[in-house]
Ligand binder design. Structure first.
Ligand code: PMP
Length: 365
């Protein structure tokens, strides 16, 4: 007989592994300095917002999004340097694209592999879609362990390898030689996740067609448009055609499409914002490194990872900042390699200064 009550029915119905999970954590941020999610702290300029308002006003909402995305595809390819011969696939955030790749490629139990720690959603999406996630530990100084990666690829024959470069939450950029070695060793698809590429000196985009098993994934979330939910995948047209088969109908809503088209007419604004954050990263990292007991890891992204091993540990510093209404992300309990590590997004100069003076106070109390 069916179980009594909601709790009983849930227990009999929802997968046990899902019941054991917590939902993706998003902190409440009202009234806080928000340095926890690698957002761009700058609002778009008035002229761009006016353009968006006009574009949105003229967008019909009564119809489903058009099947013809060619205008947006052309604009995205031009704006972000996608090779002419490559195709693009759009997602409701790159989070959705991660799912599509697992769905399209993995039978139950197939392996999805990534250096670890990296973006948690690689692991979550793999599990949701019945794949097996293998995280290959970084070295103690949080760089890529190439021999371990190659050994794990040989052992597990992963369908998918996710390489976030620069990596989240560590900030490191993986060397081109290491990534090439992984591409050559991987039997399946290698996804180069360039979410933080706008803050780094290197991109795989021009080479996306050079190997038979590579796609490059990007997002606009870190360059000023996190609220839009838009990510894209660039790759060989044949790969994109396969992945497109599992895309949910009309996944990209008309408001996102219209807004993005309008914003891309002002692409230089996004570039300038990214350049400002990038320029502010080094002074922030240097100031953090001056604090007692703080180690800062090298970052090519719009955030820095810092280890707090002075009088206060990572958890205590996180709490003390929270009490001062400064939100950063605490990784202290996430993985042994990240013991006492906090991830701090680069904010406005005023926000960075507020963070530093709060930390000075907290660490000298
Ligand atoms: N990849 C990496 C490495 C990330 O850190 C993030 C966001 N934290 C994403 C992808 C997802 O970005 P979005 O879904 O906002 O495009």
């Amino acid at each position: 007989a069916p179980a009594d009550g909601v709790a009983g029915r849930i227990k009999d119905t929802v997968r046990a592994d899902i019941r054991g999970l917590a939902a993706y954590p998003v902190a409440h941020a009202e009234g806080c300095i928000k340095l926890d999610a690698m957002e761009c702290p700058y609002e778009l300029p008035e002229a761009v917002r006016d353009d968006i308002a006009r574009a949105v006003r003229d967008t019909p909402l009564n119809r489903y999004p058009s099947a013809d995305l060619s205008a947006l595809e052309a604009a995205v390819k031009t704006a972000f340097g996608v090779p002419d011969a490559a195709d693009v696939l759009f997602g409701n955030g790159s989070d959705e694209l991660i799912h599509l790749m697992v769905q399209a490629c993995c039978n139950p139990g197939d392996v999805v592999l990534s250096p670890w720690p990296s973006f948690v959603y690689f692991d979550m999406a793999a599990r949701f879609d019945h794949a097996r996630f293998v995280g290959v530990p970084l070295t103690a100084d949080l760089s890529l362990d190439l021999p371990a990666m190659l050994a794990a690829i040989r052992e597990h024959q992963p369908k998918l390898v996710f390489l976030a470069t620069p990596n989240n939450p560590t900030g490191g950029l993986w060397s081109a030689q290491d990534v090439n070695a992984i591409i050559q060793a991987a039997p399946g698809l290698v996804v180069i996740d360039e979410a933080y590429q706008p803050f780094a000196d290197y991109t795989w985009m021009p080479q996306v067609l050079d190997a038979p098993n590579v796609v490059v994934m990007r997002t606009v979330s870190k360059i000023g448009l996190a609220g839009l939910r838009f990510g894209y995948l660039a790759g060989h047209p044949a790969w994109i055609a396969e992945l497109n088969k599992v895309r949910p109908p009309y996944n990209l809503n008309v408001l996102t499409q219209a807004t993005l088209l309008a914003v891309l007419r002002h692409k230089s604004v996004l570039d300038e914002q990214a350049a400002r954050l990038r320029a502010d990263r080094e002074p922030l990292a240097a100031a953090l490194a001056q604090l007692p007991g703080v180690r800062v890891f090298p970052s090519a992204a719009n955030f820095v990872l810092a280890r707090f091993s002075g009088k206060l540990d990572g958890n205590a510093v996180h709490l003390a900042l929270k009490a001062r209404k400064i939100l950063i992300r605490n990784f202290s309990n996430a993985h042994p390699l990240l013991a006492d590590c906090l991830r701090i997004s680069v904010g406005t100069p005023a926000e960075n200064a507020a963070l530093l003076s709060a930390l000075q106070e907290i660490l000298s109390a």
